[in-house]
Design a binder for this molecule. Structure first.
Ligand code: NDP
Length: 350
């Protein structure tokens, strides 16, 4: 149980990110002092929106240069902080040629690096880690062998590896390392946020988050011939940011938290978009049979193993603990999807 002094600075790692942008905005709007780590504080494309937000908010923003793989680089930013929110980790789904270097090392060694800084900063009382439902399950097919019909915080991903679902594996090993390091000491406690697919309006045009790419493919014609019969959990980025803040400032908050408003199929996403945007965009109208998706998989950036274990399976994520422990009230996903797509249009990404 940690009581955080709101006047102490709060460290947010990965400040340039899609989710971190909203966390930082909420903290600054509340008058907080935020130490945000970024890889390049001079890159105005990446940090300009944070400086604009800070100019308009009562809080104070300080940018610090840090890289997940640069040992010791989080030390200065952590100094004096009672609360550390660690979001930084590569969330890249496409173009991965070396999963170990591009995903797993930054996630795992980066978490160790940040938590080493926490261990060396006597002021820190609580760490909030952005993990993922990817640390809870690997493939939708995993649900078939579970009693209860839904994934909960008790479940751990046992099916991902460096060669299959490497991003999920990176989140799994990073979260496990965080729990091991938390249990090895008694000064700070760990609260973990496990979001499903995060969508919603972005405060930055320059994030490469996999979240931004998904709806773009609905609008740019990539999916015009149809989508696989696949389901995903979905949650609004503002609800995810709020969950991090509640996790930080609720003394009794504890454990892991699935953050997911509901499950939705790719075709349902398209239907929501069509009902708001009509036929202006080449939105998919049908589901492609699984065997065709399986055949085409290597050409559309997926493995056949991924298709076999994820297309056509039901998915259910139990979000009740996030409501109980963090008081989260989920926005309807229609709002999330429509506002996200409108932003992609406004930013001329399609
Ligand atoms: P973004 O790509 O927008 O943010 C990722 C952040 O990590 C960026 O600030 C990026 O910095 C930083 N980062 C990546 N590699 C390094 C590195 N080597 N050193 C320092 N910083 C680095 O993605 P999201 O905001 O979507 O993701 C944030 C977190 O949320 C991640 O941990 C992700 O795994 C998790 N998550 C995301 C979900 C989603 O649907 N978006 C779902 C579940 C979990 P830079 O700008 O310099 O690249």
């Amino acid at each position: 149980m940690a009581e955080i002094d709101k006047s102490a600075p709060i460290l947010v790692t990965g400040g340039t990110g899609f989710i971190a942008g909203w966390i930082i905005k909420m903290l600054l709007d509340d008058g907080g002092t935020v130490h945000a780590t970024v890889r390049d504080p001079e890159n105005k494309q990446k940090v300009g929106h944070l400086e604009t937000i800070a100019d308009q908010a009562p809080g104070t923003l300080k940018l610090f240069k840090a890289d997940l793989l640069d040992l010791g680089s989080f030390a200065e930013a952590t100094g004096g902080c009672e609360l550390v929110i660690h979001t930084a980790s590569p969330f890249v789904m496409n173009g991965i040629t070396n999963p170990k270097e591009q995903l797993i090392r930054p996630a795992l060694e980066g978490t160790r690096n940040v938590l080493d800084a926490v261990n060396n900063s006597p002021s820190v009382k609580r760490v909030v880690l952005t993990s993922s439902v990817a640390a809870i399950y690997g493939d939708a097919a995993d649900l078939q062998s579970l009693p209860g019909g839904a994934f909960t915080e008790d479940h751990w991903n046992t099916t991902s590896s460096e060669s299959h679902q490497a991003y999920s594996y990176s989140k799994l090993v990073a979260e496990k390392e965080a729990w091991a390091m938390a249990k090895a000491q008694e000064r700070w406690d760990l609260v973990v946020i496990n979001p499903s697919m995060v969508l919603g309006p972005s405060l930055t045009k320059y994030s490469i988050s996999g979240s931004i790419g998904l709806l773009k493919q609905f609008g740019d014609g990539t999916a015009k011939f149809g989508v696989p019969k696949a389901n995903m959990g979905m949650v609004d980025v503002r609800d995810v940011a709020q969950a991090h803040i509640n996790a930080g400032f609720t003394p009794t908050a504890s454990g892991r938290h699935i953050l997911s408003a509901t499950e939705v199929s790719l075709l349902e996403i398209s239907k929501i978009l069509r009902s708001h945007f009509g036929d202006t965009y080449p939105l998919p109208k049908r589901e492609v049979p699984k065997f065709m998706v399986w055949l085409a998989a290597p050409m559309i950036g997926f493995t056949r193993e991924f298709v076999s274990k994820n297309v056509g399976f039901p998915l259910k994520l139990d979000n009740s603990y996030s409501k109980k422990d963090l008081g989260i009230k989920y926005r309807p996903i229609e709002q999330t999807i429509v506002e996200h797509f409108q932003q992609i249009i406004d930013d001329q990404l399609i």
